[in-house]
Design a protein around this ligand. Structure first.
Ligand SMILES: NC(=O)CC[C@H](N)C(=O)O
Length: 227
C-alpha cells in the first residue's frame, strides 16, 4: 500500500506520519511537496498536522489552494483513503472534503495534552480495528480545534454515522457535541484533531493510534484481495 504525505510550507508532523507508517505497517511512503499535482500512484494520502502557511487567515485556508490539493480531491473522489490529522483536518475542511468549520479554541489558548476519546463509529476503513465505544487516549496540540457546524449538518452527521471520535471528560476546545473527528458521507475521508501518529509505540505513553493505521492497511488488503 503506497502512502503519500503532502508537505506544505509550515507542516511539522509530516515526519511523524512517515514514521508511523513505516513503524506500524512497514509500507512505502513518500513525502510529496505541495506543488505536485499528481497523486495517481498512491493508494492513500495522509495530510499531516502543523502550521501550513503559518495558519494565516485561518488554519488550512491557504494550503487548500496548493496544487497538491487537486490530487487529494481526485483521490478522495476515486474512493481512496484520505486521512487529515489536525492541520490536515483543517485543510480538508477548507477544501470542502469534510463538513463543518474550525474555530479558535473557546479559551483562546493553544492546548497540548493527552486527551481521552471514544470511538463512536468503528465501521470505517480507518477505525475497524477499534471496538465500538472503545475508550482511547491520543495527544492533542492545537489552537483552532473548535469544530462547528449548524444544527441541520449536525443531524445529518449523526444520522450518517459521520461523527467518528468524541472527546471524553473535559472538552479541550469547545467543539460542538464534543466532536473530535468526522468523516465524509462516503466514509473514505476522515479528519481528526488528535494525533494518532504520535501514539504508536509504548514510550509515547499511548499506542492507541496504531490501530488507525492497521485498519487502513487491512481495508486496502481486503479490497485488493476482493478485486
Ligand atoms: N498540530 C497541529 O496540526 C496544529 C494545527 C493548527 N496549527 C492549530 O493550531 O490549530
Amino acid at each position: 500500500m503506497r502512502f503519500a504525505v503532502p508537505v506544505f510550507p509550515g507542516s511539522n508532523c509530516d515526519i511523524d506520519c512517515e514514521k508511523a507508517i513505516t513503524t506500524v505497517l512497514g509500507e512505502p511512503v513518500d513525502f510529496v511537496w505541495h506543488t505536485q499535482r499528481d497523486l495517481d500512484q498512491y493508494d492513500a494520502i495522509i495530510v499531516p498536522g502543523g502550521f501550513s502557511y503559518g495558519d494565516y487567515l485561518r488554519a488550512g485556508a491557504l494550503a487548500r489552494f496548493s496544487p497538491v490539493m487537486e490530487g487529494v480531491v481526485k483521490a478522495a473522489s476515486e474512493g481512496k483513503l484520505v486521512l487529515g490529522i489536525c492541520n490536515g483536518f483543517q485543510i480538508l475542511q477548507e477544501a470542502g472534503l469534510l463538513p463543518g468549520a474550525m474555530r479558535v479554541n473557546d479559551h483562546l489558548k493553544f492546548r497540548c495534552d493527552i486527551q481521552p476519546l471514544t470511538v463512536v463509529n468503528n465501521s470505517l476503513a480507518f477505525t475497524q480495528d477499534y471496538r465500538r465505544d472503545e475508550g482511547i487516549q491520543l495527544p492533542i496540540a492545537h489552537g483552532e480545534g473548535n469544530f462547528y457546524c449548524d444544527e441541520v449538518t449536525l443531524k445529518e452527521l449523526e444520522q450518517n454515522g459521520q461523527i467518528v471520535f468524541r472527546y471524553v471528560g473535559s472538552n479541550p476546545n469547545g467543539s460542538v457535541e464534543d466532536i473530535a473527528g468526522v468523516s465524509n458521507r462516503e466514509g473514505n475521508v476522515l479528519g481528526l484533531m488528535p494525533h494518532p501518529e504520535r501514539a504508536i509505540v509504548e514510550w509515547m505513553g499511548s499506542q492507541d493510534g496504531a490501530k488507525m493505521f492497521t485498519s487502513m492497511l487491512r481495508y486496502w488488503e481486503e479490497k485488493i484481495g476482493a478485486a
